[in-house]
Ligand binder design. Structure first.
Ligand code: TEU
Length: 581
């Protein structure tokens, strides 16, 4: 046995928390307009308390034209009418706290919406004006400025620059947007931008939120002079160069290059050293408040040792582990990513986080049901190869028990506790993701992220499966989802919902989040580790990622399994068990 991570006795909540991601549009709709809202969330908080999570993170609910589902914020201090009011937000936070659930809100500092008062003022003002200085306006290249200022591409496809028409009607300057053209990037060298976000942090801290998930945390600062890059940017799974050789990037990326899923050079737009200064300032702000408020980095940064720079003692508290999320269904790959994650975070005294699904990626049961299990397409359309739903669910449950047994903090994306698959046959007419529109008809065409954002099924027999009182739903739910409905799984032995509840209960009772981790010798296709709490109580996790059953250790007492075990006391293929050990 090799110990790679030591147990610790007591800890701040964010070191071990299981955090549930609510995607407000799609969680629960109280007023029947087909879009989820804050009163809907409040009314369903008992589901989360009963599930046994520690905290809730909500994707953006701020005032927004919803061009990127709320990640385009027009007013950081108000709620979009589609989601409710500030009073509804206060009521939701209070109701969560009454149930012992902490609340993390989403902060989107890299860009505003084009509808934000600052950007409207910038458009109305002249080149070189103070109003434009808060964003990244530049003159175009070429004799008439008809070429973009540099060669950067948007993460959602197409150029990262859009040309404006000046107030006098002439073709004018260009502004930078790493995402949609409706999401102009702020200039974080500007003191007003910095001051504004500290003020926004305080606004929500004063209202009692427990922390912030920081969107595109690696993007705020750009390299001086905005130099050309000569490459495409693809945030998830790192960067892919023109020659398409991610392996070469990985080899160059440092000591844990073997677990890098493809990144190397982050380019002049990401992971610049200057971002860390911003988070040091924010850390000081949140520490002025009581109650261990936390900052979580959404930073697609690799290798893991580089990501760990965001969670140094005076910066953020957690960073999403996307290297784990993008790991293929392969035991050796899981062993490597787990070891590298724990080592990198232990080196800076931060907890490791674990995540399999969120609102940007194909749901993990569907990814694991693909011919290349665990690969990560940018959405799945009806014309694409379809995942094997049954196999995917089996592996998805096994992956979940593997994840929830690990020390540190884990994220659960709404609906994964129901075993929900991706909606893989949405018609193009209902899609809303800007990545779909910006890549449409190109060689890089993406179905986009709508398929993981379909409203939740609560009741098998109700209109819209109980998502809304009227049966309205902003995206259609597959008819087969009746069998995934929460009420169809409640109290049903072996259901995915009951598996999540049992896992979270055991995780809490056995303090798995604060446990150490030692690898147990096992067959090549098996991930097996043991964790021991501060009182010496051990739990073993055995995940069989191979094709043949493996025997349980002699005398093992099974606590929980992701699927039926063999009559002969074996762990079948694509199954994880937790053992008292
Ligand atoms: O995501 C940043 C990001 O990396 C994703 O855009 C990712 O590259 C993309 O989903 C590829 O599949 C954050 C938010 O999570 C996302 O929802 C927003 O669209 C984006 O920022 C812009 O705010």
């Amino acid at each position: 046995m090799t110990q790679v991570h030591a147990a610790f006795p007591t800890a701040e909540w964010w070191r071990t928390a299981v955090i549930y991601q609510v995607y407000p549009r799609s969680f629960a709709d109280s007023d029947g307009d087909g879009v989820g809202d804050l009163p809907g969330i409040t009314a369903r908080l008992d589901h989360l308390a009963r599930l046994g999570v520690d905290a809730v993170w909500l994707s953006p609910f701020y005032r927004s034209p919803q061009k990127d589902a709320g990640y385009d914020v027009a007013d950081y201090r108000d709620i979009d009418p589609v989601f409710g009011t500030l009073d509804d937000a206060d009521a939701m936070v209070a109701a969560a706290h009454e149930r012992g659930l902490r609340v993390i809100v989403d902060l989107v500092p890299n860009h505003t919406s084009a509808d934000h008062a600052w950007f409207r003022a910038a458009l109305a003002a002249a080149p070189g004006s103070p109003e434009r200085a808060r964003y990244l306006f530049r003159d175009g290249k070429g004799p008439d400025g008809t070429e973009p200022p540099n060669d950067w591409r948007s993460v959602f496809g197409g150029p990262a620059w859009t040309r404006v028409t000046e107030p006098d009607g002439t073709p004018g300057q260009w502004y930078l947007h790493l995402f949609d053209s409706s999401q102009p990037d702020l200039d974080w060298t500007h003191p007003e931008v910095r001051a504004e976000f500290v003020s926004v942090l305080r606004f929500w801290l004063d209202r009692g939120v427990d922390g912030f998930r920081v969107d595109v945390a690696h993007g705020l600062v750009k390299a001086e002079g905005l130099p050309d890059w000569g490459r495409e940017v693809e945030m998830v799974g790192g960067t892919v160069d023109a020659a398409g050789d991610p392996a070469a990037d990985a080899a160059a990326a440092g000591e844990d290059a073997d677990v890098v899923t493809g990144a190397g050079d982050p380019g002049p737009m990401f992971d610049q050293d200057g971002v860390h200064e911003i988070y040091r300032e924010w850390r000081k702000v949140v520490e002025e408040y009581d109650g261990e408020r936390a900052l979580v980095a959404e930073a697609w940064v690799e290798p893991l040792s580089r990501l760990a720079r965001y969670v140094r003692p005076d910066e953020m508290h957690q960073a999403f582990n996307f290297t784990f999320l993008t790991t293929r269904w392969d035991a050796a790959a899981y062993r490597r990513v787990i070891t590298a994650s724990l080592r990198a975070n232990d080196a800076v005294g931060a907890p490791t986080t674990w995540v399999l699904s969120n609102h940007d990626v194909v749901r993990h049961p569907s990814r694991l049901g693909l011919p290349d299990p665990g690969s990560r397409p940018h959405g799945i359309a009806a014309t694409d190869v379809q995942p094997d739903e049954e196999l995917g669910l089996r592996r998805g449950r096994a992956a979940t028990l593997l994840m929830l047994g690990l020390p540190g903090s884990a994220y659960v994306y709404q609906g994964e506790e129901l075993g929900l698959p991706e909606h893989t046959t949405l018609p193009d007419e209902v899609r809303t993701d800007p990545a779909f529109f910006r890549t449409r008809g190109t060689a890089e065409a993406e179905a986009g992220r709508d398929g993981c954002r379909v409203p939740l099924p609560w009741q098998a027999d109700a209109p819209a499966f109980g998502f809304s009182p009227t049966g309205a739903s902003w995206l259609p739910q597959p008819r087969e989802w009746a069998r995934y409905a929460a009420d169809a799984q409640d109290g049903v032995e072996g259901s995915t919902l009951e598996m999540y509840r049992a896992a979270l209960r055991l995780r809490r009772e056995r303090r798995l989040g604060a446990g150490g981790l030692e690898w147990v010798d096992a067959q090549p296709d098996v991930v097996a580790f043991r964790t021991v709490d501060a009182d010496g109580r051990g739990t073993a996790v055995v995940a069989n990622l191979g094709a043949t059953p493996v025997p349980l250790p002699a005398g093992a007492r099974v606590l929980l399994a992701s699927g039926p075990l063999g009559d002969d006391g074996t762990v079948p293929a694509d199954t994880t068990v937790w053992l008292d050990a």
